[in-house]
Design a protein around this ligand. Structure first.
Ligand code: R5P
Length: 296
């Protein structure tokens, strides 16, 4: 199998690591916008009969999804045999039911769109809440890799006496897994969401952990509201300032600034989305995942 790779802008770090580890030549593709904002795409490398790894993390996804479709079609036009999408952050997973009548279940439609665009997909800890596996919505071969043991290692190496805290029931899967691998206690709080940026967090039971360093663990940090409200609650009950760990540094709008200015001690993320808070490198897991998915 001839393996080649193309990383979209913003994905250089992970793309280079994959290319080095798997000996996949980086192909040259010219992408530019016409004056009227349509895309121009030209593949300048030989891709005939190749399997192409396209690396594109999918925060701020709307333009990227369409660009991936045009790229995949152009690569096929030029003879590429298979296309594997590496999307370290997979967008559109949270709208997984109709919360209100008339709403689109956009997780399904996006999964259909991507499944019609590429031949397989690999991602890191997608927001699987009401879906249990990606295959419930993705009809192509897929692989999910996990950051939990890397986060656990970071906690073991950097925090003396941690107590892990999940801000809501959806974070239970991540916080429980990280806690067991970090040999730490954990607690899951309750969250009510009233709007995109309005959440309230409450504590289910009485909780004594004054000598511990609270470590908030969640999959996505977007507006930062979940972590900010959790930090306020921890302050109210007399705990130390928490370390905030998110797998995916989505940081919508002013989310990063707001969180940085909140009552927290540190923000740590994985490099699924390039950001100044990236401290945990997940590229090794992605490389192993690609090897398994492509049977290398
Ligand atoms: C949703 O349930 C996710 O697990 C996160 O808790 C959520 O996306 C965080 O969003 P925000 O940072 O906007 O509160």
């Amino acid at each position: 199998m001839k393996l080649k790779l193309f990383g979209l802008p913003g994905n250089n770090d992970v793309s280079e690591k994959i290319s080095d580890a798997l000996n996949a030549d980086i192909i040259n593709i010219e992408i530019r916008e016409f004056p009227d904002k349509e895309w121009y795409i030209r593949v300048n490398s030989d891709v005939k009969d190749c399997t192409i790894i396209l690396v594109c993390t999918l925060h701020e996804p709307n333009n990227k999804l369409f660009l991936i479709r045009l790229l995949a079609d152009t690569l096929r036009e030029n003879g590429a045999e298979k296309i594997l999408l590496v999307a370290p952050y997979l967008a559109y997973m949270r709208q997984d039911i109709q919360f209100h009548p008339g709403e689109g279940i956009t997780s399904r439609y996006t999964a259909k769109f991507i499944s019609e665009t590429v031949d397989s997909i690999i991602t890191v800890d997608p927001h699987l809440h009401r879906y249990h596996t990606l295959s419930e919505v993705y009809s192509i071969p897929n692989k999910v890799v996990h950051a939990s043991h890397l986060i656990a290692d970071w906690i073991k190496n950097n925090i003396g006496t941690p107590v892990l805290i999940g801000p809501d029931s959806e974070s239970h899967q991540w916080v429980a897994s990280v806690a067991s691998q970090a040999h730490a206690e954990f607690l899951v709080l309750e969250k009510k969401r009233y709007g995109d940026e309005q959440v309230s967090i409450s504590i289910p039971d009485s909780f004594e952990a004054k000598d511990f360093t609270p470590v908030l663990v969640d999959d996505i940090i977007s507006t930062g509201s979940t972590m900010i409200e959790t930090a306020k609650l921890l302050k109210k009950i007399g705990l130390k300032k928490p370390v905030c760990i998110g797998i995916h540094a989505v940081f919508a709008g002013e989310g990063f600034t707001h969180l940085k200015n909140a009552d927290i001690s540190e923000i740590i993320t994985c490099n699924t989305i390039h950001h100044s808070t990236n401290r945990i490198d997940i590229s090794g897991e992605i490389i192993k995942g690609i090897e398994e998915l492509l049977s290398l």
